[in-house]
Design a protein around this ligand. Structure first.
Ligand code: ADP
Ligand code: MG
Length: 153
């Protein structure tokens, strides 16, 4: 397992990390975005989605209540926020498996999914660091290495 870290001094830096990750994302990738409330998960997801859409001002609401919001970008992209998921089995009704096989997924509050995330999901954790944030990615395998390369920019 390798661990990579990137300091994110401000909101702009979080969005830029998302843009860098967007360049590496492929269909079938799952990026699990862990971290407390306010850690910057949605900000990072917004950076990924806007870069994939090629629309820097695209409206990207937090899918807090809808649980998932899908985007017709270069790769079909599904943005989940599982904070309000009652049970992991709810993901079957949402159609998680079909979404994961057809596109790429960004998943906030991934722990709520129990064991339903694919084993090759790449985990990125955001923590508060003074006024800014620290992003940490850890893992192994081809999807991890591909995303880790963009992470290290
Ligand atoms: P989450 O989805 O994890 O709850 P958000 O992405 O909604 O968090 O971000 C919460 C707040 O943190 C927002 O006001 C955002 O502007 C701010 N923020 C994001 N990244 C950073 C950063 N690197 N440094 C300082 N503030 C940040
Ligand atoms: Mg959020």
């Amino acid at each position: 397992t390798r661990v990579l870290e990137r300091l994110l001094p401000d909101e702009e830096a979080t969005a830029r990390l998302g843009e860098d990750i967007a360049m590496a994302l492929r269909p079938g990738d799952t990026l699990a975005l862990a971290g407390d409330l306010g850690a910057g998960k949605t900000t990072l997801a917004r950076g990924v989605i806007r870069a994939m859409a090629g629309e820097p001002a695209l409206d990207v609401p937090s899918p807090t209540f809808t649980l998932v919001q899908s985007y017709e970008t270069r790769v079909p992209l599904h943005h989940f926020d599982l904070y309000r998921l009652a049970a992991p089995s709810e993901l079957d009704e949402l159609g998680l498996d079909e979404m994961l096989s057809a596109g790429a997924a960004l998943i906030e509050w991934p722990d709520r999914a129990g064991d339903r995330l694919p084993p090759d999901a790449v985990k990125l954790e955001l923590t508060h660091d003074g006024e800014g944030r620290l992003a940490r990615i850890a893992g192994a395998g081809p999807a991890f290495e591909r995303i880790a390369r963009s992470f290290a920019i």
